[in-house]
Design a binder for this molecule. Sequence first.
Ligand code: UD1
Ligand code: UDP
Length: 395
Amino acid sequence: MKNGPREVLIIFGTRPEAIKMAPVVQALRHCPDLFRVRVAVTAQHREMLDQVLTLFGITPDYDLGIMREGQDLFDVTVRALTGLDRVLQETRPELVLVHGDTTTTFAAALAAFYHRVPVGHVEAGLRTRDKYAPFPEEMNRHLTAVLADLHFAPTERAREALFQEGVPAARIFVTGNTVIDALYQVVRPEYRFADPVVRAAVASGYRLILVTTHRRENWGEPLANVYRALRRVIDAYPDVAVVFPVHKNPLIRELATAAFADCPRLYLTEPLPYGEFANLMARCHLVLTDSGGLQEEAPALGKPVLVLRQVTERPEAIEAGTVRLVGTEEEDVFQAAAGLLENRAAYERMAQAVNPYGDGRAAWRIREALAFYFGIGARPADFRPVAAAAGRSRG
Ligand code: UD1
Ligand code: UDP
């Protein structure tokens, strides 16, 4: 039996992975006698990743710096894979932890497999069962599940999906989603916004719609439709303003700046630091997004979400009534937003604090599960999500 702390290498590369892995890094580092944690970032994202590292005080042990403007999936995969080969040779960890469904996630799981290092997959078991939606995420998470040895499922549904695919039950731990751990760390009723644009928007008294977009399958015409719908909403409702922190992807920025030139009550901003963004979400009226993470965070804050996609791998909040899939057709998006802006009862029905994704202790459960895996702790009890119960909202 090995003495000393277990060597865990945590790998991530994009903003959402960093937000959702930060609580895991913190939880494991809280027990230095049990775990020695090192962090490697591919830096598939740069500025958007660095914002999160700064907020949570994480200094990576390895930073591959692979981001290039507008690079494609082949570039990201190859740079991440070859960069991680060196990191794994140097660190020789006993376990690699990856998160979610990005190209970094898949490349890191594959690199670990090539080095015969076991893989733990955080946020495992999300599925649409549509190979191309979201693209390439649905396939990234499938492939990562095949490579993984431990699966940290955020919900019972995710556990069931993995079990149906043949993952042994003993290898799955239902933990809740670590995004709720991160959210609870940063959302405060007394929060004071640092960004002058956000401060002005919050102080304006308008009903704020918070918008984010980035999904690959929405690039081009689908996003143009969505942006046209948003302009119509702004024109039709003079008491409404839109705050839109624009993703760094140049394709998204071009479309958004062209669509909203000279648009009143439309605050286009740079990607916001997580603390600013989460607290803005806690104060907004409505969320329109194609993001994955926002579908988990906004319900916990009691904010209705219109999802600009055809399918979602996160049906729990739809079933609980706070999230609606509206697609990307101009008329559908406009009607859905208008319906909620006009019909108070419909709005109130969606604006419940519902939290099927966690109680803020997911990272702690992952630590317990890892201790069990390494033979230094008892098997932890699973998290039992309470689908429609009022969440612990601090907004
Ligand atoms: C990636 C993930 C997606 C995840 C999303 C979260 C893949 C294939 N996609 O999509 O699953 O939901 O992140 O946002 O893994 N850029 C910058 N600075 C940054 C970040 C991005 O300039 O900090 C620009 C670069 O030009 C980059 C481009 O955005 O090439 C696209 O980034 P990339 O990571 O390839 O894809 P995303 O669309 O961000
Ligand atoms: N987010 C942020 N600043 C922003 C926009 C989003 O901190 O300007 C956070 C958001 O709260 C969520 C995560 O980034 O936790 C979502 O990232 P993204 O939409 O890029 O990726 P996805 O969740 O779709 O993978």
